[in-house]
Design a protein around this ligand. Structure first.
Ligand SMILES: [Zn+2]
Length: 108
């Protein structure tokens, strides 16, 4: 799913720089957004660094912070959302199948 509207799958930042090959896995539901993780995950530079450092807490916190920025009404459910996001990221770590690949080889 590479297209011009690509966003970071972790924090929704635009124009993520990295792609993580991953197996498709079961549907998830975070913040009223239901979906299915199909194949690769996109990651921005900041999330890429957290993933490489295996800083799962930092990654979940960053995702939560960005989510609440966009959806301030979600703040009241922050603790539950953090658990949802951490769980989703656990699935990502369990299903990723290789190292990160730069997305925009022609952006340099
Ligand atoms: Zn990100």
């Amino acid at each position: 799913m590479i297209d011009t509207d690509l966003i970071c799958d972790f924090c929704s930042a635009p124009a993520p720089a990295w792609r993580y090959p991953a197996r498709t896995f079961l549907a998830y539901c975070v913040a009223n957004v239901a979906g299915e993780s199909v194949g690769d995950w996109a990651a921005c530079d900041a999330c890429h660094k957290l993933i490489e450092a295996e800083d799962r807490k930092g990654l979940a916190q960053r995702s939560l912070d960005e989510l609440i920025l966009k959806h301030p009404e979600a703040r009241s459910a922050a603790a539950a959302l953090y658990e949802d996001l951490a769980g989703l990221h656990d699935q990502f770590f369990a299903h990723r199948i290789g190292t990160a690949v730069p997305i925009n080889a022609n952006a340099a």
